[in-house]
Design a protein. Structure first.
Length: 158
């Protein structure tokens, strides 16, 4: 019974919508947060060197704070942000499909837990974002509600 629920397409859609709403709320309130993710579904642009990824675990925590938080963008399917990795702070655009977010965490406490299983077929997975920040930003800004989020983020910094 539980497997039928967590693998159900409608349940997955509900979880994705809820994760998006939680992230939008955190952006509206200018609250930094962390995400616990399934690394297998995440892309890095440019790709990270193997000596950095060798230490990554299948379930990885990313903290969106400071510049990483400021660079974060949400479109309908993907949370993307810039982050530095390794001792030399190797910069990369991290693209996280919402279905790969297992938890959203504030101050070491999960405020969202995604119980849905990841999509098994390609039709349900978001398309690869080859154009990096530009394409993500274009999609982000095409939604009038997201433009308001960006303005709110900028106003709160001043």
């Amino acid at each position: 019974m539980l497997h039928d629920i967590v693998s159900n397409k409608n349940f997955r859609k509900m979880m994705l919508e809820h994760s998006s709403e939680v992230i939008e709320y955190l952006f509206d309130e200018n609250i930094e947060f962390s995400i616990l993710t399934s690394l297998a579904n995440i892309t890095f642009d440019p790709p990270l060197p193997e000596y950095i990824t060798a230490d990554f675990k299948p379930i990885t925590l990313f903290t969106l704070a400071g510049y990483t938080y400021d660079s974060a963008r949400l479109d309908s399917e993907i949370l993307s942000f810039e982050a530095g990795f390794g001792r030399e702070n190797f910069g990369s655009l991290v693209s996280v499909p919402l279905y790969a977010i297992l938890q959203i965490i504030i101050e070491n406490t999960p405020i969202f837990i995604n119980l849905a299983t990841p999509p098994e077929n390609e039709e349900e997975k978001p398309k690869d974002k080859k154009d990096g920040i530009k394409k993500s930003m274009d999609i982000f800004l095409s939604n009038p509600n997201n433009k308001k989020l960006l303005k709110k983020k900028v106003k709160k910094k001043e």
